[in-house]
Design a protein around this ligand. Sequence first.
Ligand SMILES: Nc1ncnc2c1ncn2[C@@H]1O[C@H](COP(=O)(O)OP(=O)(O)OP(=O)(O)O)[C@@H](O)[C@H]1O
Ligand SMILES: [Mg+2]
Length: 412
Amino acid sequence: MRTTELQSIKQRYNIVGNCEALNRALDVALQVAPTDLSVLIVGESGVGKEIIPRVIHDNSPRRREKYFAINCGSIPEGTIDSELFGHVKGSFTGAINDSPGYFGVANKGTLFLDEVGELPMATQARLLRVLENGEYIPVGATEVRKTDVRIVAATNVNIRQAISEGRFREDLYYRLNQVPVQMPPLRERGEDIVLLFRLFALQMAEKYRMDKVVLTDEAKHLLMRYKWPGNVRQLKNITEQISILSTDRQITPEILARFIPQDQETTQLATIHSEGEHSFENEREILYKILFELRSNVNDMRREMSTMKKQLEDVKGATPTQLSTVNSQLSTVTSQLSTLNSQLSTLPSAEDAVAEEYVEPEMESLNLNDLSRQMLEKALERNGGNRKKAALELGISDRTLYRRLKQYGLDK
Ligand SMILES: Nc1ncnc2c1ncn2[C@@H]1O[C@H](COP(=O)(O)OP(=O)(O)OP(=O)(O)O)[C@@H](O)[C@H]1O
Ligand SMILES: [Mg+2]
């Protein structure tokens, strides 16, 4: 294994970990990069599959050409063929212009088909054809087009089971799986778990200019014993929650236990997330972002008020009334801050906070769904309706954003 090359790849992509299975996955990616072979990345949800296609593209002869990552699970069934293979003007309502589709625009480049297991059967047939001879027919067109696209795909569902249930074409599976890359689950990565905690804690400390949280030796052991059903994504979420909510910066097993689900089922079974758990985690992420933003807003207000007070005191001529107004505003803000701080620190655990639909007093009339809906609406508004950007801003996947929009009837 080319250790120095692996080290530099890890540095370049901010990949943390030294376990053998991760090194093997990266090594396969590097070896296969110069070829045009299709690669299928498999692994449970949250293991870090999305890093691999980028590594492959950037180390391939196609590196200066286009790279697109497409989440097959987030594109509605009715439009996926036209998104991938393009369409001609007038082929359906709303097709006001010709569109080349991803296979047209990515010619000579790389397409990453994420969650490929979610592709509808009709799209699978078109995909098989383009993979076999580079030919495809845009929706509504009559003539065949040619393209030269390298495919990297990923899935967290058991494709073999999908094949046996008739939901995935076996011939397409073999065509996509010319080279498999297996991403290991987090629970099998040993000390990498601690290294990843350190990385995420440092990122939080830098982002929010706070002291970073540090694990005690006992806490490290607890972290390594946990089964991590949501893998690296779950570890990242939990590290972020601890960074924000723990008043102690030294993290003991007792503190850790408040954030890690205690349920034996979740700690011992290596399950792939069900739909419900997945969205629950994302809801929680959004909620914590709101809470943290609230706390930093109050902090900012307090700082501003202090500066104003100081400025007024410095100005000779400040009337006693002006001073007393500022003083009383300052004490209101300070008391708001301490209420907020004590509410945040007395949350029994991240899990319970959401289970009880915990909300700030100012927002009593809103429930968690309302909050989440408002966050989505605002993020979409700020990004001119661009779903990809809104999802990025909220720190959730395109797929989750799409599900939420559908749930709130905002997908029209
Ligand atoms: N080795 C690693 N070092 C640093 N960060 C990592 C590592 N592996 C994963 N991550 C981070 O963990 C998160 C989850 O990874 P990613 O989105 O690639 O998961 P996934 O395998 O695609 O999951 P899903 O199947 O649910 O889409 C991302 O924020 C990613 O940056
Ligand atoms: Mg993914």
